[in-house]
Structures are given as C-alpha cells and as structure tokens.
Design a protein around this ligand. Structure first.
Ligand SMILES: Nc1ncnc2c1ncn2[C@@H]1O[C@H](COP(=O)(O)OP(=O)(O)OP(=O)(O)O)[C@@H](O)[C@H]1O
Length: 590
C-alpha cells in the first residue's frame, strides 16, 4: 500500500515537473500579449486621425505629430513582440532541457518492451515538436486570441452595425476552426501511425544495407518503403487538404468581411452616421480582430502536433518505471540465482521460458547449451534484467535485482549479448561503458578479452574513434571489444551469450581464459555456447530446450550421455538436443 502510494506520488511529481514554472510565465506572456494587442490599435487610430484630423485641417504639423506618435507606438509594439517571442523560445528550450532526458530514458527502454526502434525514436522527437511549437507562430496566435474582443469592442464603438458584422465574422471563423478539428482529428492520428511505420521500414532497410546490396534486392526494399511512404502521403494529403481548404476559405472570408466592413462603413458615412476616417479604422481593426483565428486555422497542423506531443509526453512521464530508491547494500559477492522465472516476449506476450530455476555460488561457471530457438538468449536477457520476468525472481546475494541500485548493477554485471553493438566513441570509452575510462581497468579488461595488443597496433590505440557502426573493425575485433566491455571492472556476474561466435582459435582461448579468471577471483559466469571450447572451464551445464531448463547439473554428469555420445566437434546445440532425447543418468536438475 505504502509502495503503491509512493509510486503514485512519484508519478504525480513527474507530471508536475512537466509543467512546473510554466503558469507564471504564461500569465506574464498573456499580460504582455494584452499590451501588444492594445498597441496594435495604433494603425486604426492613425487612420482615423489622418482622415478626420490632418486631412480635414490641412495641417502639416498635426500630420507630423500624429505620425511621430504612431511611429513611437509601432516601435514599442515591435519591441514587446520581440521580447514575447524570445521568452517563448526560451520557455521551449527550458522545457526541452527538463523533459528530454526522461523521454530519452523511456526511448532507451521501449525496445525492451517490444516497441520498434522507430517508435522509440518517434517518442524522442515529441520534445522537438513541442520546443518548436513554443518558439513558433501557433502559440503566439493562441495568446492573441483572448484579446480579440478589444478590437471587436473598438469596431462596436465606431458603430454597432459594424461591430455586429465583425462579431458575426468571428463566430463563422471560429466555427470553421472547430470544423477543422472535427474533420482532421482521426486523420491526424492515422498520419502519425503511418509516419512511424514508414520510419520503421526506412530504419530496417538502412540496418540491412549490406544484405540488400549483396543479394541485390534493393528494388524490393525500395518497393516496401514506397508502399509505407505512399500510405503516409495519402493520409497526410487527406488531412492537409481539409486544413488547406478551410484555411483558404477563412482567408477569403476575412477579405470579404473586410470589404463588407468598408461597404457598410461607406453606407453609414453616406447616411451621416460616422466619419470617413472611422471607415478605414473599422476595416483595419476588424481585420486585426480576425487575424488570430486566421492564424490558428493556418497553424492547425502544428497545434495538433503539439497537442499530441504533449499527450505522448504526459503518458510517457506517467509510465516511466518508478525510480528505485535502493538501500545501500555492500556489493554482491556470494550468489546469483533465477527462481522459478517465467519470461514472456515483450510486445507479443508469448511465453518463451517457464519456471526456470538456477542457483549459482561465487566461483561457479554455468554453460547453457541446447537447440536453436530453445530459449537460451531469452534466459540470458531475463537474468541480465533486460527483459522483465512475469513470475519468479532473479536474485543477487538473495536480493531481487530491482532492490539493487543502478550503480551496484553497473559494477556487478558484465553482459555480452548475442547481437552486440558498439558506441560511436573511442575504444576506451566503449570498454569503460561510456564512463571516464580508468586506464588500468580498461587495459585489464582488454587483456582479459585478448584484445590489448590488437588495440595498441591501431594508430590511435585506445583513443581510436569507432564511428557509427565500427566498420573499421573486423567482426572478431568488435566481439572482443564487446567482451572487454563485459569484463570491465571485474563484475561479480558475467553473462556471455555466444562470446566466441566470431572468434578465431586465439580469441576462443581468451574467452576460455577469461572464464577461468572470473571463477578464480570469486565471480560467476554464465555462458551460452554452441562451440565446446567455451565450456572448457565451466563446472555446471544446463540444457535449455522448448522454453525450459530440461537438464542442469555438474558438467561431468550432464555431458556424460549414455545413449548419444557427443564427439568434441559436434556443435553443442545438437548435443543438447541429443541429451534431451537420451535418458538422464541421474537427476541433477534443481
Ligand atoms: N523479441 C522477441 N519477441 C518474440 N519472440 C522472441 C523474441 N526473441 C526470441 N523470441 C522467440 O523465443 C524463442 C527462443 O529464442 P532464443 O533467442 O532465446 O533462443 P536461443 O536458444 O538463444 O536460440 P539460438 O541458439 O538460435 O540463439 C524463439 O522461438 C524465438 O522466436
């Protein structure tokens, strides 16, 4: 109960942080907009004074005085306009700085929950959308809208008929804005989804560029992209057709209204009910009154995009996992276990592993073998805390992973996934997990991964920049650097998912040696292996098959298969399958 209420207050605090400080600034901008709008009557007053005073009197000094006054007011209005737009821009930048890290944290997490990379990136872009909105014309028009009555009242004072006409125009234009919203709401949501779909296809094509080129199926890849692009364009055209049509209609309506004000004003002047100057003033003021509605319709797309972005950001902030506030505990050094864990595929919810239990003590090494698709990598992801477990617990020294702070996890875990990638930075920073590299630890990890000499042979050594996809390195070199990253800082638990898949004999020896060293220093290793060399120094073996740990026990027992002896060269995935088929020598499972 206490935990759930603290989670709620965490969420409330995050949502409050989202808009913190915005209210006073917006109130200030609202006031500033009022002054700007009052000053915007300058043009109308100037017209009136020119026609009714300067022209009537024929006095040049009067004309000069009115003009200087108007010039001063215009400049004042311009100055305030600049201040307003600069404040709004800064509000956008501050909002970005405050929210972007949290949104990025969510984007990093999203693929773990089954979202595509494109969806994750899209979420990151919502902050850009809002920042641009803060600095753009759409928000300014929203601040001008409430001040529209000033102009309508001014026209009303000049003559009630003209006022009524301008108000009628404002009502029609407002209805058109509402109509735009009703007609485009559904379409805009579909456009966003189609944009994500298009980015997904583009991202997958870029990721598979080598394969597409080598096997010559770029036309098919292009066709796939084109299909997604066409779907996006069709939906976008539909939505923007509505916005543009209503936008054009509103513009014409505004011009018609302006002429109607002139016509009605002329009639009223002929009838002796108002002056000629008032006609022009009414025309200018009514145009100014309707401008914010016009601008709102013109910027409708941006307004909707900003509204959707804000909704997404709110939803993201609410869904962010609770920040763990772990107790300070000494770093783990005794045991690592999985207790009856059930793992489901992120996104689809398909059960990939059920009821797996593994108990390891300091100094032990476990080799996981089994047929392809059996669930070894899924088990590794769950034990590394990458995928959440549906049931059961993964524990370090008896405490669930969630009870450990990120700092401790960072010091205690080394993980080499099957599909590893490196960061676009130096080799040293890649090994030190993006932290300021500790030279001793970096070199120790590189030596343990058998990659130290290779790095020294490079012109910039450990300072070599790897670039976006580290293409300057061979597959084996990349894997060894990823292995060094997993070994950096002598973590207590090291999880290696097929660490020798790209390695030569020397690399395999390095992995084998690293496993022994981890055991010697009292660490725990779990290694997924399809090649026997990685199992040289493990003392336990588990067979993962059909989403379950079908066998688990000392290597000597598990590997002693009576019915199907495994020749050393036999890939272990087949050995695992053979062992599953063979009768068990004795029950070693947990
Ligand atoms: N992200 C995912 N979403 C849905 N299903 C997945 C996902 N990753 C893996 N699977 C499924 O989980 C099952 C186990 O896959 P896993 O990669 O764990 O097997 P593995 O034993 O490591 O195989 P290999 O030896 O070929 O690497 C497979 O049926 C696979 O299709």
């Amino acid at each position: 109960m206490a935990r759930s209420s603290s989670r709620q207050s965490d969420k409330d605090a995050r949502l409050a942080r989202l808009t913190a400080g915005l209210r006073p600034v917006f109130l200030y901008i609202f006031g500033l907009s009022g002054i700007i709008n009052i000053l915007a009557l300058t043009g109308a007053f100037y017209m009136m004074q020119i026609y009714d005073r300067a022209l009537m009197s024929g006095s040049i000094p009067t004309l000069a005085l009115i003009s200087v006054l108007a010039l001063g007011l215009y400049m004042f209005q311009g100055g305030l306009d600049v201040i307003r737009s600069q404040i709004l821009h800064r509000v956008g930048a501050r909002f970005d700085a405050r929210v972007a890290p949290d949104i990025h944290r969510m984007s990093i997490d999203m693929p773990r929950y089954g979202f595509s990379v494109a969806e994750a990136m899209e979420r990151g872009r919502t902050v850009d959308t809002l920042r641009n909105f803060f600095g753009g014309p759409a928000l300014v028009s929203l601040f001008d809208l409430p001040w529209m009555p000033i102009f309508l009242a001014f026209v009303f004072v000049l003559h009630p008929y003209l006022g009524a006409l301008a108000i009628g125009g404002a009502v029609v234009l407002t209805l058109m804005t509402v109509l735009t919203e009703l007609l485009t709401r559904k379409a805009n949501a579909q456009v966003s989804r189609a944009a994500v779909q298009r980015s997904s296809v583009a991202e997958a094509n870029a990721r598979n560029a080598d394969v597409i080129k080598a096997m010559g199926f770029s036309s098919q890849a292009l066709a796939q992209f084109q299909q997604a692009n066409d779907a996006h364009l069709t939906l976008q055209s539909g939505s923007s057709d509505v916005t543009r049509t209503v936008g054009a209609l509103s513009k014409v309506l505004r011009m018609m209204l302006q002429s109607a004000v002139l016509g009605l004003g002329a009639y009223l002047t002929i009838m002796g009910e108002m002056t000629a100057g008032a006609i022009i003033a009414a025309s200018v003021a009514s145009a100014r009154a309707l401008a914010p509605i016009d601008s709102t319709i013109a910027n409708w797309k941006n307004l909707i995009a900003a509204r959707n972005a804000m909704a997404t950001i709110r939803q993201t902030m609410a869904a962010l996992p609770e920040q763990a506030r772990p107790l300070q505990m000494p770093d783990p050094k005794q045991s690592f276990s999985a207790e009856g864990i059930t793992v489901v595929a992120p996104g689809s919810g398909r059960v990939l592993l059920s009821d797996v239990t593994i108990q390891l003590e300091a100094g032990q090494a476990l080799g996981l073998i089994g047929p392809s698709g059996g669930g070894k990598s899924s088990l590794m992801r769950a034990m590394a805390g990458v995928w959440p477990v549906l049931r059961g617990h993964v524990r370090l020294d008896g405490a669930d992973l969630v009870q450990w702070g990120e700092d401790t996890i960072s010091r205690s875990f080394g993980y080499l996934p099957q599909d590893y990638t490196l960061f676009d930075t130096t080799i040293a920073r890649n090994i030190s997990r993006l932290a300021d590299p500790d030279p001793e630890k970096v070199i120790a990890a590189a030596r343990a991964a058998g990659v130290h000499e290779m790095i020294l042979a490079m012109p910039d050594g450990y300072e070599t920049e790897l670039g976006a996809s580290a293409t300057s390195l061979s597959g084996g070199q990349r894997q060894r650097i990823a292995l060094a990253r997993a070994l950096y800082g002598d973590p207590f638990v090291v999880l290696l998912d097929e660490p020798n898949s790209n390695l030569d004999a020397e690399g395999e020896r390095a992995v084998s040696h690293a496993i022994q060293s981890i055991r010697d220093r009292g660490g725990i290793v779990i290694v997924v292996a399809h090649r026997p060399s990685a199992l040289e120094h493990v003392d336990l073996v588990g067979v993962v098959q059909d989403g379950a740990l079908s066998r688990f026990g000392p290597k000597s027992e598990i590997m002693r298969v009576k019915a199907a002896p495994v020749p050393p060269a036999t890939p272990l995935r087949e050995a695992g399958a053979a062992m599953k088929a063979a009768p068990a020598p004795e029950d070693t499972g947990t």
